[in-house]
Design a protein around this ligand. Structure first.
Ligand code: ATP
Ligand code: MG
Length: 419
């Protein structure tokens, strides 16, 4: 028996309904905010992620599924959705269309990580991207979409933390202040932090190592170093969120793992997700396109991990609509009636009724048992007499009451009761 690869999961029919509910909620929320779906390839040239995600990130350094294809080109399974959308945005000249561009995606993403609860090698994301506006309204709209999505899923114990990591100019000053602060402690810090010290000291702030956390708590905070423009941008974002009743806390330790962020960064976390508490993360990335060698266009977006969301929904006991059951089971009592059941089923299905017939040559008793297992609301029994008279004995399973219904009226009968 060949087993499933480490860090991947089968989503079985009994679970798919949950996934479809989350996906439907994502699509429906995105629609309300005017975001339209965009689909990009599952793999891209490796170079795209080196430039777009950045070579000081964990994703690029440790987590990419990169391989040479048969033509000797280096390609990578997408570890996230933003870089691909950015490429598509430029390559298709979308900046020439109506702005802002507002797109969303529902994708699989791939990262070579140590698998654990809420951390997989193939996982799923709902993400949104807004291009063309540098204003605080765009940040607030992206956050509001994320918030509405989580609320539509019925999640109550998810909280929003926001921060500003400034622009290139003020961040450079801050980075120097961070280096000055961490320098005397560097020898006691983890290997990753020592590597981050020169390249990306901001990442030292969100190090999860206990030994490092001792120092990060008292580290200088970016919000104290924001330049005037970045400060007022951040104030506006906060004000817009307050005005629309979106609760948040400012958390200066949020820096986000990716190199392309600037100004607003945010995370929605839940204690119900255990150690992998971040269910959704995002921010502004005004320098992403420039970093990819394209003309700069300001942008803001987020991505939510669907596996983690499902964990939180289960932990919170969020209510989800029930999986629809079969409307009707057509029970043929003998050979001739089974044939009649088959052709009747076709007619019913054409009218939009979900129905099932016996495919296992079961006895009448076993068929009733199976119909019950399916949760079929009605069982239409057809025997010799029924075939002759052109009627079915329709039993409502919940009440055990039954009525005789003409074959040609069966679809109408069931449709009326479906409402
Ligand atoms: P983490 O700090 O947990 O590694 P991240 O910063 O790497 O998260 P992002 O790149 O921001 O995550 O991805 C957005 C969201 O995708 C995360 O908030 C999380 O919900 C989800 N996610 C990221 N990596 C994984 C993974 N390996 N398995 C499952 N979900 C993931
Ligand atoms: Mg990660």
């Amino acid at each position: 028996m060949i087993n499933i690869p480490k860090g991947t999961k089968d989503i079985l029919p009994s679970q798919v309904y949950l996934w479809q509910h989350v996906e439907k909620t994502a699509r429906e929320t995105a629609r309300r905010y005017g975001f339209r779906e965009i689909r990009t390839p599952t793999f891209e040239h490796t170079e795209l992620f080196l430039r777009g995600v950045g070579d000081t990130t964990d994703i690029v350094n440790k987590e990419m599924y990169t391989f040479l294809d048969k033509g000797g080109r280096s390609v990578t399974l997408r570890p996230e959705g933003t870089a691909g959308v950015a490429r598509a945005f430029c390559e298709n000249g979308l900046a020439g269309g109506a702005m802002p561009f507002k797109g969303y995606y529902l994708i699989s993403a791939f990262r070579y990580e140590r698998p654990q609860a809420g951390r997989l090698r193939e996982f799923h994301q709902f993400g949104a991207e807004l291009y063309g506006s540098a204003g605080a309204f765009a940040d607030a709209e992206a956050i509001s979409l994320a918030d509405a999505f989580l609320k539509s899923l019925g999640l109550c114990e998810v909280s929003l933390q926001i921060n500003s990591i400034g622009c290139k100019q003020c961040r450079a000053v801050y980075q120097q202040a961070l280096r000055d602060y961490f320098r005397p402690h560097l020898a006691q810090m983890c290997e990753d932090c020592r590597a981050r010290f020169e390249k990306n000291p901001l990442r030292m702030i969100d190090c999860k190592e206990e030994g490092c956390k001792r120092y990060t708590a008292a580290a200088p905070r970016m919000i104290d170093y924001l330049c005037e423009d970045c400060r007022s941008h951040f104030e506006q974002v906060k004000e817009l969120l307050k005005e629309s009743g979106i609760h948040f806390t400012v958390d200066s330790s949020i820096v986000r793992g990716l190199d392309y962020y600037s100004r607003t960064v945010f995370e929605f976390t839940s204690s119900a997700a255990g150690a992998q508490g971040t269910v959704l993360g995002g921010g502004r990335y005004d320098t992403l396109l420039e970093q990819m060698g394209e003309k700069a266009v300001p942008a803001v977006g987020f991505a939510a991990g669907l596996e983690r969301l499902l964990m939180v929904m289960a932990a919170e006991g969020a209510s989800i609509p029930e999986e629809p059951k079969a409307d009707c089971y057509l029970l043929g009592m003998d050979e001739l009636s089974r044939k009649k059941a088959f052709s009747l089923a076709e007619t019913l299905r054409k009218s939009g009724i979900s129905c099932e017939i016996d495919l296992m040559e079961r006895s009448v008793k076993a068929q009733f048992k199976y119909a019950d297992k399916l949760g079929a609301r009605y069982v239409a029994v057809i025997g010799e007499t029924e075939c002759r008279e052109g009627v079915a004995e329709v039993k409502e399973m919940a009440t055990s009451s039954s009525e005789r219904v003409k074959f040609e009226e069966l679809a109408q009968y069931l449709l009326q009761r479906k409402k």
